[in-house]
Design a protein around this ligand. Structure first.
Ligand SMILES: C=CC1=C(C)c2cc3[nH]c(cc4nc(cc5[nH]c(cc1n2)c(C)c5CCC(=O)O)C(CCC(=O)O)=C4C)c(C)c3C=C
Ligand code: FE2
Ligand code: FE2
Length: 358
């Protein structure tokens, strides 16, 4: 096998910018057979489970991959849509919409692709497609508002590793995080206001972020600090007093201590305290997925009701929200500014553009 991926001799020299949106990944089907290889790849990532491979791999390949795929598959089945896994469906839609906006402003200069860190479409496929389209510059945007080594860094690692296989590498920029980006915060705030207008407003708002192990933060991961900052900015935008909302962390995995308070315990505590109506938003997920639709909207609701609560309303993720897509486009445009040649620069950005056909 050739040492490097070479460019075909007759390929035109690249002069385009490739934008690569990367999300976490999801199984191809809601079955144990499809969940197993996805979990094997995900949980073998040393950025995700920081145990020595000699210790962890026998546990993973033994008890975890024997039991968890079937359990997880049942959960996936409860939220699977006719078009597939919600995470993949929304990520694909976001990429399409961003492509529409950027395509209009940059007349073919910018190409957009999306990939999953685990599963399909793979980072290798997306990088190859962008290179085929002549991208000599690559902007990598992991779709995680808050930086964490277990998400953002591993997405970057995987793209860097893929590029290491190329003879003719593109230039590279990465977006590290956007936890305090005004467009992202305002899109979230507006999503919540709209939900309150249509569904009514609960007595308390829980902002639930995915957890990570406590030790990762102690060793310097900025994730918790960024989650707290997002929550503070969101509360400010909504004019929420401190006693009207709680920040919590969901999805604990394994035996180690994770960031606290845990979302399930928070919901149970609110129910026991006599809070009747709770709204839950998950600002760390820009796309609805298993963690929001199953763990919060289904399981979290049960937990809250069993503890004495009356209603739990889950506020959907940003998904294809117009303000969010505009914020995402603005985030990309900001990075492109430093990169575009004078010839490639479009006219001054307009106000929120009309939504292109998807
Ligand atoms: C938003 C950020 C995320 C962080 C941080 C994160 C850390 C993290 N996750 C696990 C273990 C699992 N996560 C699983 C699903 C999952 N996780 C995220 C996001 C973050 N994870 C998403 C978007 C999803 C959903 C994918 C989907 O298909 O919808 C799963 C798989 C499902 C299950 O079996 O529970 C596991 C396992 C660890 C260990 C970790 C931090 C170190
Ligand atoms: Fe996770
Ligand atoms: Fe989970």
């Amino acid at each position: 096998m050739a040492r490097f991926i070479d460019s075909p001799k007759n390929r035109a020299a690249g002069t385009r910018i490739g934008v690569l949106l990367v999300n976490l990944g999801t199984p191809d089907a809601p079955t144990a057979a499809a969940v197993k290889p996805y979990l094997r790849q995900f949980l073998s990532d040393r950025r995700v489970v920081e145990l020595p491979a000699l210790l962890w791999q026998p546990i993973l390949r033994g008890i975890i991959l024997l039991t968890r795929p079937a359990k997880s598959a049942r959960k996936y089945a409860a939220v699977w849509s006719k078009d597939g896994s919600p995470l993949r469906v929304w990520t694909e839609k976001q990429a399409k919409l961003v492509k529409g906006y950027l395509g209009e402003r940059h007349a073919g200069q910018v190409v957009v692709a999306y990939a999953m860190r685990y599963g399909q479409p793979s980072i290798a496929q997306a990088v190859a497609a962008l290179r085929e389209h002549g991208s000599d510059r690559l902007l990598l945007l992991p779709l995680y508002p808050q930086y964490s080594a277990s998400t953002t860094a591993t997405a970057c690692d995987a793209v860097f590793a893929e590029l290491a296989r190329y003879r003719d590498q593109p230039a590279l920029r990465t977006v590290r995080d956007f936890h305090d980006h005004p467009g992202y915060i305002e899109a979230l705030a507006q999503r919540i206001r709209q939900h309150w207008m249509v569904e009514g407003r609960g007595d308390h708002l829980v902002m639930s972020f995915h957890g990570i192990p406590r030790f990762a933060v102690d060793k310097g991961d900025p994730y918790q600090r960024q989650c707290q900052r997002t929550a503070q900015l969101l509360a400010q935008a909504l004019g929420l007093a401190d006693d009207r909302y709680t920040v919590a962390f969901q999805s604990r995995f394994g035996r180690a201590e994770w960031l606290k308070p845990y979302t399930a315990e928070t919901l149970a505590g609110l129910g026991r305290k006599g809070v009747r109506n709770v709204d839950v938003v998950c600002p760390g997920f820009v796309s609805d997925c298993l963690e929001t639709l199953e763990e919060i909207a289904l399981e979290g609701k049960q937990t809250f009701l069993q503890a004495g609560g009356s209603t739990l309303r889950y506020i959907p993720a940003l998904n294809d929200d117009n303000r969010w897509i505009h914020a995402l486009t603005a985030l990309i445009e900001r990075e492109l500014q430093g990169w575009l040649t004078a010839d490639e620069r479009p006219a001054a950005p307009s106000e929120m553009p009309a939504r292109p056909a998807s």
